[in-house]
Design a protein around this ligand. Structure first.
Ligand SMILES: [Zn+2]
Length: 70
């Protein structure tokens, strides 16, 4: 799974060095979710609205293999 694949699954778009998409864990009207590729086939995800990571990854099935790194 790549950041781009996840972003596309969420209807996101490319933004700078990563991707941005609407957060699946809250009622997001503007893209709050930042998605980018990281080392080791991992994908970094951060909701700027402050959603709990577990809620973000639990929301859509197609992002169930996202790994969070901090
Ligand atoms: Zn969120």
């Amino acid at each position: 799974m790549t950041a781009g694949a996840i972003a596309k699954a969420l209807g996101g778009r490319k933004a700078g060095g990563g991707w941005t998409a609407r957060c699946p864990a809250h009622d997001d009207r503007t893209p709050s979710l930042s998605i980018r590729d990281a080392d080791g086939d991992k994908v970094l995800v951060c909701c700027h609205a402050g959603c709990d990571q577990k809620h973000v990854i639990a929301a859509p099935k197609n992002t169930s293999d996202i790994r969070f790194l901090r």
